[in-house]
Design a protein around this ligand. Structure first.
Ligand SMILES: Cc1ncc(C[n+]2csc(CCOP(=O)(O)OP(=O)(O)O)c2C)c(N)n1
Length: 658
């Protein structure tokens, strides 16, 4: 192996040696503990340590690193206390996730590390968000994220590299090409020869290095980072290496030809570097042994402490509360009583504009939202007022953009991501339900992201521009969901969603944009999240609904001269149980109405809750009315049948006749 120390001092080389030795010694100990049944799953990085260690030590301490499952060296090189690290591996409260997530699935802002979620690829875009925040603040920093060669087959890899290239984000994409993704060899994973062929295709420089040579990794990353801090842009580094053990310790290595192990054993990154340092007389066998002794004692002590720490004591309230960053909304009243008649669409735009003025740290991202003003023109004129840095046109990369939102939160920024149509959120679903929603629970990092969702049918736009998909998110703890039905709430709830540091899905029904108006306060104000409101009051029965349902309910009551409460939920997660209880107790008869398909819809949950909690006060069974359990058809007569309006009328008749 070719080591070239260039101008590096003995101390720097010793730092690298200490860096690479410690994870190796921890891993060797882990193998023993595994055999003794004292630790569970372990993903070994033996043979690949030079990559984690060389790259981590090459960066400044406050530059973020986003490691994967074989990058123990990142954690040890950032001087994490071993007792806490081991406690994390053992699911102890004193780890980094209070026992809620395993192994390397955690972040620590103190150490400028953001760990992965199991899905691998989503991590790449989060790095882009951290880099974007640095870029916007003109901090000369780089962010480094790793990917295996297998994980790089995911669409997230493409999206993250594409956005980073288009936006000149200073991200080092470090591909650890170790020949296998679980049992699948490279030739069954991808068709190109090397990852360096991919960099230029995305418009970024790419370099291939010997991933087993810690000095080469260190020197390459130092130079790359130096240049990228001055001239922000992404770079792809392909580190050639080999996984010397199984995918995880229980899975074996039968599928790997023995010759490969023999070939790569000769390139062991620790042994070769040791030999070089001895040859160079940087270290002696005695000084090496002293370092080993020091680490051995540190590891034993860390393990002792971790093993002697009790397992977590489960507590329901704590678990449920920790899904969210605690936030007590202080409702803001408008400064004056001046109002202007505004359409729903203009009220949303107004709320967004005033939030941009109030929060300099807020950035908007979405397809065609800059000069074009968005397909519904909600951000028209924004780019002139706030500039292109804060009003960002995005490539068609929903997943990456939402992941970037999380990265921006890590750097204390707020983001609003506009889905062009709520239907397209499917392409960013994983980032929302697994990254944004779970990050606070897992390691205390909130995701300060609002996703705007132009939703709903009624325009004969067919199955992919008409869907209501709030129920997907309703089932995801960690998210909040707001869904206004009128211009005043639309403005106030959007401002409130942006103030809230937790991830909020904001649904806006497209058919309301230009069909309804109201007197909207001119000043900035917020509406309370989690509170329903009576849109109409009556005595005979209650209609619990939201969004377009509020208008259907009011129209029917008026048309038929009925007397009913119409409860507009306004927030779906968390929904207002007190208000539901109050109206049920008042009328004893309830219809839950929504546009979304019936089965598994939000109405199902509310109806079940009413029957569990208000049974004695009911005079009739709770009825649910929703969209047909079909996709949403294009042709107007078919779409009209899909929508619940006719079935709603029938349900009202049935309810009153009961
Ligand atoms: C989306 C997703 N699909 C499948 C898996 C299961 N899985 C975990 S690691 C892995 C292989 C990853 O290979 P690679 O990215 O090359 O990393 P390596 O394990 O070789 O370091 C697979 C298939 C997963 N975690 N996430």
């Amino acid at each position: 192996m070719n080591f070239n120390r260039k101008e590096y001092s003995d101390d720097e080389l010793i730092r690298l040696y200490r860096g690479i030795l410690k994870p190796r010694m921890i891993e060797e100990k882990m193998l023993i503990l595994l055999r003794q049944g004292k630790v569970s799953k372990w993903f070994s990085g033996i043979g690949q340590e030079a990559i984690s260690v060389g790259s981590t030590l090459a960066l400044e301490e406050d530059e973020y690193i986003l490691p994967m499952h074989r990058n123990l060296g990142v954690f040890t090189c950032r001087d994490m206390k071993l007792d806490q690290l081991f406690a994390q591996f053992q699911g102890k409260t004193t780890g980094f996730t209070k026992g809620r997530d395993r192994s390397f699935h955690f972040g620590s802002n103190e150490h400028h590390i953001v760990g992965m979620i199991s899905h691998l690829g989503p991590q790449l875009a989060v790095a882009g968000g951290i880099a974007l925040a640095d870029l916007l603040e003109k901090r000369e920093k780089v962010t480094l994220v790793y990917s295996g060669d297998g994980g790089a087959s995911e669409g997230d890899f493409h999206e993250a590299l594409n956005v980073a290239a288009v936006w000149n984000l200073p991200v080092i994409f470090m591909i650890e090409n170790n020949g296998y993704g679980l049992s699948t060899p490279s030739n069954e994973q991808f068709k190109f020869n090397y990852f360096i062929d991919k960099g230029p295709a995305y418009g970024m420089d790419a370099l291939q290095i010997d991933g087993n040579n810690v000095l080469e990794v260190y020197d390459t990353i130092r130079q790359a980072a130096y240049s990228m801090r001055k001239n922000p842009r992404p770079m792809l580094i392909e580190a050639m290496t080999f996984r010397m053990r199984g995918h995880e310790e229980a899975s074996g290595t039968k599928y790997v030809p023995q010759e490969l192990f023999e070939k790569w054993a000769k390139k062991d990154p620790v042994e070769n570097f040791e030999k070089y340092l001895l040859d160079e007389k940087v270290l002696t066998p005695k000084s090496m042994a002293a370092i080993r002794e020091e680490f051995k004692a540190e590891i034993e002590k860390g393990l002792d402490t971790a093993f002697n720490t009790p397992m977590p004591v489960a507590n329901v309230e704590e678990e449920v509360a920790d899904m969210y960053l605690p936030f007590e909304q202080k409702v803001v009243q408008p400064a004056s009583d001046k109002t202007t008649e505004k359409r729903f669409v203009d009220a949303i735009s107004d709320g967004l504009r005033q939030s941009m003025e109030r929060f300099p740290e807020l950035t908007l991202m979405g397809q065609d939202i800059a000069e074009y003003g968005g397909v519904f023109k909600i951000t028209e004129g924004f780019v002139e007022k706030f500039g292109k840095e804060r009003v960002r046109n995005t490539p068609l990369c929903e997943s990456a953009i939402i992941g970037i939102g999380l990265g921006m939160s890590i750097k204390k920024k707020k983001t609003m991501v506009e889905m062009q149509f709520a239907d397209f959120v499917t392409c960013g679903f994983n980032q929302i339900v697994n990254n944004l929603a779970k990050s606070h629970y897992r390691w205390g990092q909130n995701a300060d992201v609002v996703v705007r969702m132009p939703t709903g049918a009624g325009a004969a736009a067919g199955p992919f521009h008409s869907q209501s998909n709030e129920a997907w998110f309703f089932h995801t703890p960690g998210l909040k969901i707001v869904y206004p039905s009128n211009p005043v709430d639309a403005k106030g709830l959007l401002a409130a969603a942006i103030e809230d540091p937790n991830p909020v899905m904001y649904f806006e029904h497209k058919m309301l944009y230009r069909s309804i108006s109201g007197n909207v306060p001119d000043d900035y104000y917020t509406t309370e999240i989690g509170k329903a409101a009576l849109a109409s009051e009556g005595d005979d029965f209650s209609i619990i609904t939201y969004g377009m349902g509020v208008h259907w309910a009011k129209q029917l009551i008026e048309k038929q001269g009925l007397s009913a409460d119409v409860l507009d939920l306004r927030t779906l997660l968390p929904w207002d149980k007190d208000a539901v209880k109050k109206t049920v107790e008042k009328t004893g008869r309830v219809i839950v109405l929504h546009e979304d398909t019936l089965t598994g819809g939000i109405g199902a949950e509310i109806a079940a809750w009413i029957s569990e909690n208000c049974f004695e006060r009911l005079d009739a069974p709770v009825l649910r009315v929703g969209g047909l359990d079909t996709a949403i058809p294009f042709s107007p007569p078919l779409e009209a049948q899909f929508l619940p309006t006719k079935r709603f009328e029938e349900a009202v008749e049935k309810m009153l006749a009961y």
